[in-house]
Write a protein that binds this ligand. Structure first.
Ligand code: HEM
Ligand SMILES: *[C@@H]1O[C@H](CO)[C@@H](O)[C@H](O)[C@H]1NC(C)=O
Ligand SMILES: *[C@@H]1O[C@H](CO)[C@@H](O)[C@H](O)[C@H]1NC(C)=O
Length: 485
């Protein structure tokens, strides 16, 4: 099959670069510095080329002006045939399309609506309650004594602890007797232990060969068995609905059902936490930006007639969050700088894919087409000084800016941390909202500063292709209750 691919390229097929090592192909170079590597390939081969990565031939489309034509081919270039084979390997449930339950796939897709639209108001309210409860118990408990001393912490861990628990409670509910899940910290550690194996699992290494990953996954599944989840109160409608759906399928064991819940839990925190970290880090390390963002939060609070003081709980509704343009721009800018997901599509048939102007390429059934938006996010033609954090980059004339250019042409897609078209993240509005809530609370209640003498945190590219990148170093910060305003 490899010979066929390498030696019998048909006319009009993209150039192919397979590297020296069969199977691994270019995975090593890609893993070291995906962005730099793809730029190099682009110089050699142009905007469209095929690379062998971890046993898969992937055709990269580098010109963002070609994106719309790829994204609109939803039927011929399918996302789910890829995720439906990969997710079971990683999370451990049997492939959804094998259940002889023809509507399940569609039902699961339909249930994603429960994360959006009007349902977002209830989720936002619940998230607010959970965040406030954690802040009260963990961080405000020091009695809001004005001017009391600083506390220091690791910024990533701080974001991770709060966002994990608050998101978990919001989606899965809390113990019957109210309060907090006793095992939540153990669950979080186990999840991120598992997550460190994620790149290898996605690359196709069988979990049987990764003993620690398998042990971790088993422990996690046991915590997410259907009868445990049913015993919690205040579950989100979204999770309740998914429970009903997997309950109905009688070929599934309870461990299979738990694996479905586990996949969702992973999806709901694995990207949100690093995104939250980068948003907080970028603001705290740019005090001028932080001042403007904070001022707008206070201004909008005042306009909404809310009297704020640090000794009171505050409620931030979805309508309120929608008005925080500077905060939203700063979050979008943080996502631009830190996201490195691949958008993967699998050809469902042989066809000629129209790219741009007169240009097309031949695509064969089962070929993989990849968009890599990090190249767009870091393109100096689209974003001036692309390495710089400019908190108001997405604002123009007091409203959101959505006009960006490449080669003098307006881009339809210029910011893609959440994927595109049929594979667009269904949790994106919820994610942005919870990051906004977290940051609002941080900025309202606390003074925040980086500890002195630290080098700038940069992204660690070893997970390029898989979502929001992690920081390459730990960041220490300090916080104290704000003086009453
Ligand atoms: C900043 C945070 C987040 C980022 C950057 C993000 C990013 C993404 C991306 C890029 C995809 C598409 C994957 C692909 O094309 O291969 C995706 C899919 C998905 N995301 Fe998110 N996500 C975030 C938060 C969330 C949250 C909070 C939830 C749930 C509450 C969620 C649930 C999902 C699900 C279920 C899918 C799969 C959709 C499907 O199978 O059709 N995500 N996410
Ligand atoms: C469930 O949510 C309601 C309203 O948000 C709240 O009043 C109640 O205390 C919660 N129950 C538990 C057990 O957390
Ligand atoms: C931020 O990005 C989202 C899409 O990811 C977009 O809907 C929103 O308008 C953007 N907001 C600003 C201020 O750029």
């Amino acid at each position: 099959w490899m010979l066929y691919h390498c030696c019998f390229r048909r006319v009009n097929e993209p150039p192919l670069d397979i590297g020296w090592i069969p199977y691994i192909g270019k995975a090593v170079e890609f893993g070291k510095d995906a962005h730099g590597f793809l730029l190099q390939q682009k110089k050699k081969f142009g905007d469209v080329f095929t690379i062998l990565i971890a046993g898969k031939y992937m055709t990269f489309i580098m010109d963002p002006l070609m994106y719309p034509n790829i994204i609109k081919h939803g039927r011929q270039l399918d996302f789910h045939s890829f995720s439906d084979t990969m997710a079971p390997l990683v999370f451990g449930y049997p492939p959804v399309r094998s259940y002889r339950s023809p509507s399940l796939h569609e039902d699961i897709q339909r249930a994603f609506k429960l994360l959006q639209g009007d349902h977002l108001c209830a989720l936002t309210e619940s998230m607010m309650g959970n965040l406030m409860m954690l802040l009260r118990q963990q961080h405000l408990g020091l009695k809001p004594k004005v001017g009391s001393g600083w506390k220091t912490d690791d910024m990533y861990e701080f974001c991770s602890r709060i966002m994990f628990e608050a998101t978990f409670n919001t989606l899965y509910g809390t113990p019957q007797d109210g309060g907090r899940h006793g095992a939540v910290e153990k669950l979080r550690r186990e999840l991120f232990q598992f997550d460190s194996w994620f790149p290898l699992l996605v690359a196709g290494i069988p979990i049987g060969l990764l003993r620690q990953a398998k042990t971790s996954r088993n422990k996690l599944l046991k915590n997410l068995l259907p009868n445990r989840i049913s015993s919690w109160s205040n579950r989100s409608q979204f999770i309740s609905r998914r429970q009903e759906l997997v309950e109905k399928v009688d070929v599934l064991t309870d461990m299979d059902r738990a694996a479905h819940h586990f996949a969702m839990l992973w999806a709901s925190v694995a990207n949100t936490i690093p995104a939250c970290f980068w948003s907080m880090y970028n603001l705290v390390s740019h005090p001028d930006a932080l001042r403007v963002v904070r001022q707008q939060i206070f201004d909008v609070l005042k306009l909404s007639g809310v009297e704020f003081s640090v000794d009171k709980d505050v409620t931030l509704s979805k309508d309120f969050l929608d008005k925080l343009l500077y905060l939203e721009s700063a979050i979008n800018e943080s996502l631009r700088l830190s996201s490195a997901s691949m958008n993967i599509r699998v050809a469902q048939e042989d066809f000629s894919l129209h790219l741009k102007n007169e240009r097309s390429v031949k695509v064969r059934k089962d070929d993989i087409i990849v968009l890599y938006p990090q190249s767009l996010h870091m393109d100096p033609e689209v974003y001036e000084d692309p390495q710089m954090f400019q908190f108001d980059r997405y604002i123009q004339d007091n409203s959101g800016k959505s006009v960006f250019f490449k080669d003098g042409q307006k881009l339809k897609y210029y910011l893609m941390p959440f994927g595109s078209g049929s594979s667009m993240c269904p949790g994106r509005h919820f994610a942005i909202n919870e990051i906004k809530q977290f940051l609002c609370l941080m900025l309202l209640y606390f003074d925040l500063e980086l500890d002195l003498g630290q080098t700038r945190a940069t992204v660690d590219s070893s997970r390029a292709g898989l979502g929001i990148l992690f920081p390459s170093t730990n960041v220490r910060f300090r916080y104290r209750l704000q003086k009453n305003i």
